[in-house]
Design a protein around this ligand. Structure first.
Ligand code: GCW
Length: 686
């Protein structure tokens, strides 16, 4: 039964298809000879998939034993180049880019051709995921990714714990080193490949220098060997101060990025890593943030710090991901009206646009603060125009219920990806910026913090896997529709029963709005415990701390004044049209009112409600919706296998109860502080 969870959406459960069975392919021809390469995996996966889905066994023919001849009723899988070699001519297909593929089921042979081996594997999964949904229609199309960087980040510590991980211990590390048995890593690679993910950072951005020890470099090599067949390249997060950490490579007294010894030190370490992992993806660096060391310690700029690593990686073709999540978490002082953590990213990167090496990418969290339930798009996306950027998303539900709550996140991510920054008064969607299209950048894409663990469900809950699946699909095609993605995932994970499809679609699509309703409205952020757990309601923890996720709630007023005219000036960090929209209450959307403005609880919204009455109503509405998740799920008893039915019911029951805890904690808090009664008389003592 553990396999049910581990296979996630790759179950290849049987589907009945009288139509297809007349012309089932008889063999798989793997065109490329690379031993244990992605094309080999593609062939094995096709074999496994057709056996599961159609109860049909196929032989795989490898290049050594392949006799050019009749390919009727074969599945041909491999690279375009190898196809041309084998058949003496290039196929007539649309242009493919790296990782892209061509899938054609209309001819006598099925063609699955990739621009590279990885692309062929993606095409094979695409074909299988179509069949697994009972879709046997004929198709002929090319698919190319929106952007080259489609990575996941794990926040795994070397001791085996995971920062903000809710699915068990690390599948990579234990006791300071890499685990011996990498079976789960291989299974993870399979899942990632099936959704087009091509890179992974395996350790926490709050990084430990000891990852660079010879023993751990060897361990990273084994991890990379395990992921390689799936086309997933491994990268690591670095601690900026590693040269001073007393490793075997020589201990320095400085980590100044311009110091020649420091440069040599990192060059040597990087060369050593590439000896063991020749296709290493690159590095991820969190610097000068939340206590992490960085270049500012030596009065160097963030760009100088980033380029130290970018230059070391450059000869090897590696990419340096540099996080924009830079802020001072010690000295922020709420009594200063104009102080604002939201300003930090653009402030810290001011003057640095165009100063980053060509193989450096600034990785920007979707909002200016920190993975909240609602944030405006980070203005840094529009500020950096001569620098490659990627969007950072979070699959692990840190502030969003930690997998104890169903919250389907792609609709939230889309609010940022589809946002128009109006740079130079021109359409500038965030998704076109990070894809490199808007500002003509060579690199770009997406990274998501995922944090799977040893739990059989990977993330800790079956339903939360829709977020991982959805992330991959969106990173491949930023324009795709969250509900379509969701329904593919449901059919693959739970089968095609229309009742199952309808219920899980309905629950999932209403889950983010419900969570926003019962945890934090109108752009006030998730009113959770800000100091430690980031779980459960704790509105009183939001203010008077140096973390800067403030609400400025008092007896009469609430919200952050981020206007230029009277506040922190944050609104002015956007291009002028967007800045003007947020500067004025009348043009600020209700759902971001308290993000941008400090108002009376009695302020009227565009909807006609007052702020405080909206709080009350939304919390009741959100908790009511969460109650329906339980009843909707109960309607699926007997339609979902018992194990997943029960595990999910347990979580949804918890969520229903916890949503009421949230509702009562928040509504009572604001009732007490404002003294304003609920017009429907639900809140407070009466
Ligand atoms: O939101 C904060 C998290 C930290 C995390 C940090 C970051 C890895 O609470 O746990 O550290 O963001 O993104 O660097």
């Amino acid at each position: 039964a553990a396999e049910t969870g581990i296979n996630a959406w790759l179950r290849y459960a049987p589907v009945s298809t009288p139509k297809f069975s007349q012309s089932l392919p008889s063999n798989i021809i793997a065109l490329n000879a690379t031993a244990n390469g992605p094309v080999h995996i593609a062939a094995v996966e096709l074999q496994k998939g057709l056996a599961g889905i159609l109860d049909h066994n196929l032989t795989v023919i490898y290049p050594v034993s392949y006799q050019p001849g009749n390919t009727t009723s074969s599945i041909l899988v491999g690279t375009v180049a190898e196809y041309a070699n084998t058949f003496g001519g290039a196929p007539h297909i649309p242009r493919l880019v790296d990782d892209g593929f061509w899938l054609n089921t209309t001819g006598s042979a099925i063609q699955i051709l990739g621009h590279n081996e990885r692309g062929a594997l993606y095409g094979a999964f695409q074909y299988l995921l179509m069949l697994a949904q009972g879709n046997f229609s004929n198709v002929a199309y090319a698919s190319n990714p929106d952007a080259p960087i489609r990575w996941v980040n794990q926040w795994d510590n070397l001791d085996g714990s995971i920062e903000r991980g809710y699915g068990g211990r690390s599948i990579f590390f234990t006791n300071g080193t890499v685990v011996n048995n990498l079976n789960r890593v291989s299974e993870y690679g399979r899942l990632l490949a099936s959704i087009g993910i091509n890179g992974i950072i395996v350790n926490n951005v709050n990084a430990n220098a000891s990852l660079l020890s010879p023993e751990n470099v060897e361990g990273l090599g084994r991890i990379a060997d395990t992921f390689r067949p799936y086309g997933v390249q491994v990268g690591i997060a670095l601690n900026f101060a590693s040269p001073t950490a007393n490793l075997t490579y020589g201990n320095l007294s400085t980590f100044d990025p311009l110091d020649p010894d420091v440069i040599t030190w990192w060059t040597n370490v990087t060369d050593t890593l590439y000896e063991r992992v020749p296709d290493m993806a690159g590095y991820l660096v969190k610097a000068n943030s939340e206590g992490q060391p960085g270049p500012i310690t030596y009065n160097r700029t963030l760009a100088q710090g980033a380029n130290l690593f970018a230059n070391a990686l450059q000869p090897h073709g590696g990419i340096l991901m540099f996080r924009a999540f830079v802020y001072d978490s010690v000295n922020l002082n709420e009594s200063v009206w104009i102080e604002d953590r939201a300003n930090a990213a653009v402030d810290f990167f001011t003057g640095l646009d165009g100063k980053f090496a060509e193989n450096a990418v600034v990785q920007i969290k979707y909002g200016p603060i920190d993975f909240q339930v609602r944030e405006p798009a980070s203005p840094l996306f529009a500020y950096l125009r001569n620098t490659s950027t990627a969007i950072e998303l979070e699959v692990t539900q840190e502030y969003l219920g930690q997998q104890c709550h169903l919250v389907y996140l792609p609709p939230l991510w889309k609010t940022v990806l589809d946002f128009d920054m109006r740079a130079n008064h021109t359409k500038s969607l965030v998704r076109d910026i990070v894809a490199g299209r808007r500002f003509n950048r060579p690199l770009g894409g997406a990274a998501a913090v995922v944090n799977v663990g040893t739990n059989d469900t990977w993330l800790g809950s079956h339903l939360s896997m829709s977020n991982l699946y959805g992330y991959g699909r969106l990173a491949w095609d930023f324009a795709s529709d969250p509900e379509d993605i969701l329904q593919d995932w449901i059919r693959l994970t739970f089968g095609s029963d229309p009742a199952v499809l309808a219920a899980i679609t309905n629950m999932s699509m209403s889950s983010w709005p419900a969570y926003e309703n019962y945890t934090g409205n109108l752009g006030i952020q998730t009113l959770t415990d800000i100091l430690y757990t980031h779980f459960g309601p704790n509105p009183q923890s939001q203010d008077n701390n140096p973390w800067g996720q403030w609400t400025r709630a008092d007896h009469k007023t609430i919200g952050m004044d981020r206007t230029v005219s009277n506040g922190t000036g944050f609104a002015g960090q956007y291009p002028v049209e967007v800045a003007a929209m947020y500067e004025n209450i009348s043009t600020t959307p209700d759902n971001l009112l308290l993000w941008f403005h400090h108002v009376n609880y009695t302020q009227q919204l565009h909807s006609g409600e007052t702020v405080i009455q909206h709080f009350y109503n939304a919390h009741y509405a959100g908790a009511d919706t969460a109650q329906t998740f339980v009843t909707q799920w109960e309607g699926l008893e007997g339609k979902v296998d018992e194990e997943r039915y029960n595990e999910t019911l347990f979580r949804l029951t918890y969520q229903a109860g916890h949503s009421i805890v949230w509702r009562d904690a928040i509504t009572n808090f604001y009732h007490n502080i404002s003294g304003i009664a609920d017009s429907q008389n639900r809140v407070g003592n009466h």
